[in-house]
Design a protein. Structure first.
Length: 144
């Protein structure tokens, strides 16, 4: 007999993935909303240029809309692995171009970006779990 303290059922793992996916998706959606509708993609482009991000005219809208639309997709668990891979690249860029200079700790450090990157990598590896649109599509396809 295994102890619930040291093991989890598949359902418990899927609930954990769902909670983490929901919260991570909300965070990315909020940051994308802020970039697109708050600051404006043009201002993000200027910030990226000052930070040394290559091709800021291309990267700024890409990152802004990835975070907005990808965050919603992550909440739903739609194209989870693909979106998560994009988020991991996004957060690595944020770490290297913006946050490393601020050290590890917030408010200017990279600890939060590192956590988001780790969550994204986990979703790229594990997928969205049972409580996702991806799972519903895969289940539907396997029964046809």
């Amino acid at each position: 007999m295994t102890s619930p303290l040291f093991s989890a059922t598949d359902r418990q793992k899927d609930i954990g993935l769902f909670i983490l996916r929901l919260v991570t998706g909300v965070v990315f959606t909020a940051h994308g909303w802020q970039k697109v509708f708050g600051m404006g993609v043009g201002n993000i482009q200027g910030f990226f240029a000052k930070a040394g991000v290559p091709v800021p005219a291309l990267v700024a809208p890409l990152v802004s809309y990835l975070e907005l639309v990808g965050g919603i997709a992550l909440i739903l668990g739609l194209l989870t692995r693909l979106v998560a891979l994009g988020f991991a690249v996004d957060m690595l860029g944020a770490m290297f171009f913006v946050h490393f200079a601020g050290g590890f700790f917030l408010p200017k450090g990279y600890e939060f970006v590192l956590e988001l990157c780790a969550a994204a990598v986990a979703f790229a590896v594990a997928g969205g779990g049972r409580f996702s649109v991806d799972h519903a599509i895969a289940t539907r396809r396997s029964t046809q």
